[in-house]
Design a protein around this ligand. Structure first.
Ligand SMILES: Cc1cn([C@H]2C[C@H](O)[C@@H](COP(=O)(O)OP(=O)(O)O[C@H]3O[C@H](C)C(=O)[C@H](O)[C@H]3O)O2)c(=O)[nH]c1=O
Length: 350
């Protein structure tokens, strides 16, 4: 039975990947390794927690000896590495936290994989899930391709760029089999309400201000999280060793237009007057080093593996908003830290 380690499986993207793999591959043993920080919570995986091919390991990738022990104990064959600090604003106020998790943590995993696999690299894989932010910022036109040079602007993207470089360097230096994917902005159920879409949904529900940074004319390419999980599944099985693939939604929106759209849908869903929620929009001081535009050329993954997004933005937003509206308890418990406290006490692999 192939043993697949998913790091960060209790987080937003990680939980969608873990669920997909547990349900789709009963012949794999899926290990979800997560530190259960503020952004990761096991409520996200309630529906698969009792499946026989699923094991949860509470552990922190910053702790090298803990990670080495787990590799020795379980002899993982493949790794899908998603554990990361991911919020740009937090990286501005605490850059070191991002170095510790995203850089040190990734190197700890790489060392453990290299040592564990050194006698036989056959059928091994270190799959690193990364971001399009490593490429920096685009002007009005153009797309990021797999050969765009790295030019990160935030401490977050610098830490992810560094972790990508470390993964590549282990491929070159130790012949560690690896693949990297760089994805655009994700949205969907279970995203912590600090990111734009869930924050605005939460604030609209509670009639709180919607803070739009700067003039709101910054552009992001949005992808429904389950489309991302499916892309990861494809790349994991069909991607070529030592390659990187870009994943994106071909779905560019300026933040202010997205804010208007969210207000319109939410007014309808909440039975409010059209235009009510728009009044909550408040233009505030810009994010320092704010990247103007991200947009992805996903032709490599599309041509090699036939992947393309399957969920339209309209449908994805409807599904996302409906999920948040029927999971207000989840919202409350993640923002208050209640789940974090509860699950941290519950789980211990030792
Ligand atoms: C939270 C917030 C954001 N914004 C703006 C800032 C951005 O232009 C856009 C999206 O911001 P958000 O923080 O949701 O996401 P990005 O900074 O684009 O980064 C995200 O997408 C990439 C791919 C990752 O890799 C990151 O992990 C992920 O956080 O809305 C506002 O105007 N107001 C707000 O309150």
């Amino acid at each position: 039975m192939e043993k697949v380690l998913i790091t960060g499986g209790a987080g937003f993207i990680g939980s969608h990947v873990a669920r997909l793999f547990v349900n789709k591959y009963p012949n794999y043993q899926i290990f979800n390794l997560d530190a259960l920080t503020y952004a990761g919570n096991l409520e996200n995986l309630k529906d698969v927690e009792n499946q026989s091919n699923y094991t949860f390991l509470k552990a922190d990738i910053r702790d090298a000896s803990e990670i080495n022990e787990l590799f020795k104990k379980y002899q993982f064959d493949k790794v899908i590495h998603l554990a990361a600090e991911s919020h740009v604003d937090r990286s501005i106020s605490d850059p070191l936290a991002f170095v510790k998790t995203n850089v040190f943590g990734t190197v700890n995993l790489l060392n453990a994989a290299r040592d564990s696999w050194k006698s036989d690299l056959e059928d091994k894989l270190f799959y690193h899930v990364s971001t399009d932010e490593v490429y920096g910022s685009l002007g009005e036109t153009g797309l990021f391709t797999e050969t765009t040079s790295y030019s990160p602007n935030s401490p977050y993207s610098a830490s992810k760029a560094s972790s990508d470089h470390f993964v590549r360097s282990y491929g070159e230096t130790f012949d560690l089999p690896y693949i990297i994917t760089n994805c655009s902005n994700n949205y969907g159920p279970n995203q912590f309400p600090e990111k734009l879409i869930p924050l605005f949904i939460n604030n609209i529900i509670n009639k709180k201000a919607l803070p739009v940074y700067g003039d709101g004319k910054y552009t992001r390419d949005w992808l429904y999280v389950e489309d991302h999980a499916e892309a990861i599944d494809l790349v994991f099985h069909k991607g070529r060793n030592k390659e990187n693939y870009n994943i994106g939604g071909l779905n560019e929106w300026q933040n202010i237009d997205l804010a208007y759209l969210l207000c319109e849908i939410m007014d309808r869903k909440l039975g409010r007057q059209s235009g009510d929620s728009r009044q909550l929009i408040s233009f505030i001081k810009d994010r320092p080093g704010h990247d103007k535009r991200y947009a992805i050329d996903a032709s490599k993954i599309s041509e090699e593996m036939g992947w393309k997004p399957s969920v339209s933005f309209e449908k994805g937003l409807e599904k996302t908003i409906d999920w948040y509206l029927s999971n207000e308890v989840w919202f409350k418990n993640v923002t208050s830290g209640k789940y974090m406290e509860y699950y941290s006490k519950q789980y211990n692999h030792k």
